[in-house]
Design a protein around this ligand. Sequence first.
Ligand SMILES: Nc1ncnc2c1ncn2[C@@H]1O[C@H](COP(=O)(O)OP(=O)(O)OP(=O)(O)O)[C@@H](O)[C@H]1O
Length: 282
Amino acid sequence: MLRRFLCNTTTLETLIRHRPKPLLNPKSPIQIHAKIQSLRPFSQMSDSRRSPPIPAVDRAEKSELLRALESSLGSAFGSEPLWPNPSPLIIVVSGPSGVGKDALIKKLREMREDLHFVVTATSRAMRSGEVHGKDYFFVSKEEFLGMVEREELLEYALVYGDYKGIPKQQIRDYMASGCDVVLRVDIQGAQTLRRIFGKSAVFIFVAAESEVKLVERLIGRKTESREALLVRVATAREEMKHVRNFDYVVVNAEGKLDNAVKLVNSILDAEKAKVRPRNVVV
Ligand SMILES: Nc1ncnc2c1ncn2[C@@H]1O[C@H](COP(=O)(O)OP(=O)(O)OP(=O)(O)O)[C@@H](O)[C@H]1O
């Protein structure tokens, strides 16, 4: 519950650091084999080296067996985690306008308590229903350019005449508190982030099942003027060509948003279970 609160809020004063536990130094298979071999000629050992016999598994108490196994192996069983907690991920979600990125991320955040949505700063006007600090940080063009000057943004771009940019400090703070962070950017932004992060972030392209379904969805949203609609649809055609620069493609088919959310959730679970995790520094 605490983690959900921490990752889903934009105030960080009370954050506690969750550091991954250090990895144990496991014995190599060769060492273990040698140890077992050394136990084999048990009956021929001198009394001083002899361990108590391991009791029959079907009759002994669990604790008795544990003690005997420890004694035979020559050391106590540790209760520390055998593997460190996974490092926080940076997840970049992109795709054509109207494909359902916001809808997908909203549902994903309900499923994953450790996920923080990085709120983008934008100079565009607020749409009805949007909340400052939750959907975007709505700032004037002058304020935005001030942030650029102070190098506070990870990347920024002029999108359909409006500035959009990602505040760096927000990412650092949430990752330091153990949260995964999700960035929602257009294709141009994803390309820039790929240059910055390389393979150290997870890039997910959200696609519609067909062009016509994408256009229907954009029309249905009723947020664009005729001109803006035309630009977005023309751009979407071009954007599909960039899918190969991503790590994953998730089809958000009509009426199947939940399936797309489940797939992204599984992708993130698999990423967290990687033996060689992506280690990202912002
Ligand atoms: N699988 C789906 N089936 C039907 N409608 C959907 C689906 N996914 C999203 N939508 C709807 O499509 C519209 C566009 O979705 P959304 O605003 O999330 O897209 P977006 O990719 O974030 O767009 P933009 O980049 O322009 O902000 C919304 O009205 C949303 O509720």
